[in-house]
Design a protein around this ligand. Sequence first.
Ligand code: PGA
Length: 259
Amino acid sequence: MRKFLIAGNWKMNLGREESLKLARSLVHTLPPDTHAQVAVIPTLAHLDTVTDAISGSPIALGAQNVSSEKKGAFTGEVSAAMLKEFGVKFVLVGHSERRHILGESDSFLNKKVHAVINEGLAVILCVGELLEEREKNKTNDVVGRQLELGLAGVTAAAVEKGLLVVAYEPVWAIGTGRTATKDQAQEVHAFIRQRLAAQFGAASAAGVRIQYGGSAKKSNAQELLAQPDIDGLLVGGASLLADEFVGIVQAAAAAKPGC
Ligand code: PGA
């Protein structure tokens, strides 16, 4: 049985004091048996503050970005080994804001995927189509290509160690208030699992958690999480409000009892 992963991507929204306040509030308000693995993903600049605030709690730490390189003259970059020193467990790679605003290509993202996995950290590879791609029925082509190129060279052994999470984030649903319907999301999640099965074998693919992201919130979390191939949520805007985020985590308990 796959354990839900509910992760809050704080993006570049919170300063140090705000990050500290939100982290402390989650530590105090999240129920001890959360039914889901919970992670917070602050900006790189505040990893140290947040790692201290959540220390001793079940909340895991994630990072929003990583260098594709191991070490050396790469001004402004932070390596996977450095993230590990902060206690990071999950690293986002391929978020649509990095693909579309910063122009990160699939081959560049593939190097980041390997950098993360080689350090023994779990990668959350984000995939998703633009609105015009969906309207032209290209969703599976786009997502299939992002998976194929992004995961090139990744081994079933790494997947079996739990080092791969996939997040399906339709770009048209991110920060727009427009959520994919549960059926739209499930359809793409099932397709993703099929592609993972083709690359890693059915048994390994069955263990991979596939998160949905894109205007996820307390009011839609339960119906999304009740879908057979939706194993968690990657939450942006709603993760900045403790009450909303805790509500999402609580929704996980009701979505698939026994999960
Ligand atoms: P959103 O962002 O929840 O604000 O739509 C999701 C994400 O970008 O991961």
